[in-house]
Design a protein around this ligand. Structure first.
Ligand code: UD1
Length: 420
């Protein structure tokens, strides 16, 4: 188990470029197999989840190379349709390969992803969408086998605006015959990015970024180039970091529009956020106000992924705030770890009350999941003394070069690969 050791108490200062969005890169990599051609994807973050996606592509018979932020995929050589259990388990979002594999080969086999750190993660909406498009699903020894010699466009009414199910439905529909209508679709910026990629490939997509999306397949281009959008959750994390530690940082390549709810919450705390031409200057002084009540919601609401880092920043604000988690059942697992650092947080079901302004001290803590790990890092910046965060493999799933990035912002952080 690797660890990060952070010495707290130093104000942040420095300039960084924001990484590309993990949650855009993953579905686009899955969609790259639709065309039986080449994709050149730029602004791809170097993350273990991206490596897992490339491993799946290679397992399916594609050629995939990653160098210096650019992924090149050639899916003309693809023959596979079965994603084995170890590859499925490496990354929960592997399920987003389902629609692409099915559309390309007429069949697919994968294991049920099961629960994860955030609680049960059902995929019923993904399965319903595939059935609506004409797939026949069979269960065999814990595996799901899908068959659909030719997917046919259909109406898909999602019970919830699931991000992954919307993406899977859009990808499968782009490889189907005829028109697909998706209602109650997720509206996240990553959906818009996927739509842009599929459009560049040759699909006709309407309404991406709204609740009603239409998709029509077309003749696919032999080569598609696409640049991944900036990572809004990484941006929210660095804003939380400067709120927690104080200081002033410059973030390059940020999209202000994607961060509206996040900006509102941090501005309410007294963090100064100034956007200009894709660059953000974020500054926080000694005194912060609590963010009062923050309720996580599907986009354009406050993102569940930014809840843990915001909560960690709220520890420094004198006063009480409430965090209401409505997306995942188990999204307060960072709380007991923050309590080890001196935080006063009380959880009751899906509500966490934060009594801010207590002094934080360094401790040995363990990242419970990706964004929970980011929360521990955020709190460590404001803590007196050294905090060692174990389980950093969770953090590496979503933050590129996290220790180097924080060092560029003036943080004293050491990474130890040998711990444990
Ligand atoms: C994506 C993001 C993740 C983010 C989440 C919510 C990626 C790779 N991951 O995950 O970082 O936290 O959106 O913004 O983009 N649900 C069902 N049945 C389904 C699918 C989902 O009940 O078939 C439920 C989930 O349990 C959850 C809610 O819907 O309670 C939202 O999940 P969803 O939007 O699907 O999240 P992901 O796409 O997995």
């Amino acid at each position: 188990m690797s660890s990060l050791t952070v010495t707290g108490g130093r104000r942040l200062s420095g300039e960084i470029s924001l990484q590309g969005a993990k949650n855009s890169a993953l579905p686009i990599l899955a969609a790259s197999i639709l065309s039986a051609g080449e994709t050149v994807l730029t602004n791809v973050p170097a993350l273990t989840d991206v490596e897992a996606a490339l491993a799946i592509l290679r397992h399916l018979g594609c050629r995939a190379e990653f160098s210096d932020g650019t992924v090149w995929v050639d899916s003309s050589t693809m023959t596979g349709w079965d994603i084995p259990d170890p590859l499925m388990r490496r990354m929960r979002s592997s399920v987003v390969f389902l629609g692409a594999v099915l559309a390309r080969t007429g069949q697919a086999a994968l294991s049920l992803p099961g629960g994860c750190e955030l609680g049960p993660r059902p995929i019923d909406l993904h399965l319903d969408a595939m059935e609506r498009l004409g797939a026949v699903i069979r269960r065999s020894r814990g595996r799901l086998i899908f068959r659909a010699p030719r997917l046919q466009g259909a109406r898909i009414d999602l019970r919830l605006p699931s991000v992954g199910a919307t993406e899977n439905a859009m990808i499968a529909a782009a490889g189907a015959r005829g028109l697909t209508l998706i209602t109650n679709a997720a509206r996240e910026p990553e959906i818009r990015d996927l739509a842009r990629y599929l459009t560049a490939m040759g699909a006709r997509i309407g309404g991406a970024g709204t609740s009603t999306v239409t998709v029509e397949g077309g003749a696919f281009a032999p080569i598609v180039r696409h640049r991944v959008i900036p990572d809004r959750i990484a941006a929210a994390t660095y804003i939380a970091a400067v709120a927690s530690a104080g200081g002033r940082i410059v973030l390059r390549q940020v999209c202000e529009r994607d961060l509206t709810a996040v900006n509102d919450a941090f501005r309410q705390m007294g963090v100064c956020l100034c956007y200009r031409c894709g660059t953000l200057v974020a500054a926080a002084g000694e005194r912060l106000k609590p963010p009062l009540t923050v309720t996580t919601r599907p986009y354009p609401g406050f993102p569940t992924d930014a809840q843990p880092p915001l909560m960690a920043a709220a520890l420094r604000a004198r006063g009480t705030s409430a965090f209401v988690e409505t997306i995942f059942e188990n999204r307060f697992r960072h709380v007991p770890e923050l309590v080890k650092m001196g935080a006063d947080i009380r959880v009751d079901g899906q509500v966490a009350r934060v009594f801010g302004g207590r002094p934080l001290h360094g401790a040995a803590v363990t990242a419970p999941d990706l964004r929970g790990g980011a929360a521990l890092l955020t709190a460590a910046l404001a803590a007196e003394g050294e905090t060692t965060i174990f389980g950093t493999e969770h953090i590496m799933r979503g933050y590129e070069d996290i220790d180097r990035t924080f060092r560029a912002l003036g943080v004293n952080v050491k990474r130890d690969e040998r711990t444990g």
